[in-house]
Design a protein around this ligand. Structure first.
Ligand SMILES: Cc1cc2nc3c(=O)[nH]c(=O)nc-3n(C[C@H](O)[C@H](O)[C@H](O)COP(=O)(O)OP(=O)(O)OC[C@H]3O[C@@H](n4cnc5c(N)ncnc54)[C@H](O)[C@@H]3O)c2cc1C
Length: 388
């Protein structure tokens, strides 16, 4: 289990090979990417205890082998799993929704004793980002033949883990490098690309999606030599600065662009889209697989996140606890950084986080972690101030 004491902050500040739990695979960055751009102005984040407006804790649904997108026959029904997205459930949502719905392509149901037809009755278990994206993807594919989709879930937004997320677009903390198969890694790469493109098309206030300049803060040369999660090609304007005076006081800072998806706005908009396309929601808790399979629908998608551990007896699925400190909003802050944790500016507050406690089920706020998060960001802000 990772606790505050096990976060080796000094080592982190020396060398950000792992930035806030974000692991990068080794690859050299071409020298032409080294920065020649003019220094940028950064509005300081006002980090102080009296600006904290919320403290939240959530459990990332993590599988060492990676998320599960797979289908199995259960009598006359098809059961499709789509869960276990770790620290990137929002990031990967459209990609894995497409991959899950693709698995229905060859499935048919008996319409008369002699004929079969495409299924038209779908159930989705779960109303987090993956349940909603999967449900909307089914509506898009099956609307023309009169397909109907019902979401069944114990909790609805704003009470899902998806609402807790920072909302940073980065397919990170999804699997263990030692445990993931080549097949999974291919599926993951494809999902990241499908999803990245889908979010680009949702940029704007309606869905709460926005591009941001992002900065990885590094103390060593090694921090320049690692691929960003999913592949460097997913991050425009990749540049390296060696200019501590203008870039946070750090000797090596990697800049790139990625998106922030504001969970509260985004999930509300997905709910609206689902309803507008004729979707139905039933609040219901399932106790086991048998209860799920009693649903009248022909195809059932399991998007129950961490709930799949108990519901489908998946012991590989474990929580990775994360705690966030949310400060009063600062609309003038127009950048993100990752270094000793992360800072994402959102309209509902400045999000400070970056704790990853494996196998920890506690949803209580940890005071020690709260202090650690605030202190490390205060230190970054101090180092960012121009020297006298
Ligand atoms: C602190 C923190 C920061 C994060 N930051 C990011 C980030 O920056 N970017 C990113 O992409 N991801 C991030 N994540 C990860 C992301 O939040 C998760 O991967 C994502 O929420 C998983 O979505 P989901 O839809 O699969 O599950 P959930 O959002 O947990 O939804 C599961 C649904 O299934 C239902 N359910 C479960 N069990 C049952 C049952 N037995 N019966 C009926 N219904 C059931 C629930 O009620 C709920 O509706 C973060 C997570 C945390 C905790």
């Amino acid at each position: 289990m990772l606790t505050v004491s096990s976060i080796d902050r000094r080592r982190f500040l020396r060398d950000t090979i792992t930035v806030a739990g974000f692991s990068f695979a080794a690859a050299a960055i071409p020298t032409q990417l080294l920065a020649q751009t003019a220094a940028r102005r950064f509005a300081p984040v006002k980090v102080s205890r009296d600006r904290v407006i919320r403290e939240v804790v959530g459990l990332r649904p993590f599988r060492p082998e990676g998320y599960l997108v797979d289908a199995e026959r259960a009598g006359a029904k098809l059961l499709v799993h789509n869960y276990g997205h770790g620290g990137a459930g929002i990031t990967l949502s459209w990609g894995t929704a497409v991959q899950a719905v693709d698995l229905v392509r060859d499935f048919s149901v008996a319409s008369t004793p002699r004929r079969t037809s495409r299924p038209t009755r779908f159930a989705v278990i779960g109303c987090g980002v993956n349940g909603l994206s999967t449900a909307i993807m089914i509506q898009r594919r099956y609307a023309e033949i009169g397909g109907t989709v019902t979401i069944y879930a114990k909790d609805l937004p704003p009470d899902t883990t998806s609402n807790i997320a920072g909302g940073f677009w980065s397919p990170t903390s999804v699997y263990d490098g030692d445990a993931a198969s080549t097949r999974f890694l291919e599926q993951f790469r494809t999902a990241a690309r499908i999803s990245n493109r889908a979010f680009q098309l949702l940029v704007g206030a309606d869905y709460g999606v926005r591009w941001f300049d992002t900065f990885d803060l590094g103390r060593s040369e090694a921090s320049l030599q690692y691929q960003l999660p999913g592949g460097n090609d997913l991050y425009p304007q990749l540049t390296v600065h060696r200019d501590p005076e203008h870039y946070f006081g750090f000797p090596f800072v990697r800049q790139y662009s990625t998106m922030i998806i504001e969970p509260q706005v985004y999930l509300r908009s997905l709910l609206r889209d689902f309803h507008n396309a004729g979707g139905r929601i039933v609040v219901k808790e399932f106790r086991n697989r048998e209860e799920v399979l009693m649903l009248p629908d022909q195809v059932i998608f399991n998007c129950s996140g961490l709930g799949a551990r108990a519901l489908f007896d998946d012991k590989k699925l474990t929580p990775v606890r994360g705690q966030l400190e949310i400060l009063l909003p600062q609309p003038e802050v127009d950048y993100c950084y990752l270094g000793g944790g992360y800072m994402f500016p959102r309209s509902d507050g400045i999000v400070l986080g970056g704790t990853f406690d494996h196998d920890n089920w506690s949803l209580d706020v940890n005071r020690e972690q709260a202090n650690y998060i605030l202190n490390s960001h205060m230190e970054i802000m101090r180092a960012m101030q121009p020297r006298a």
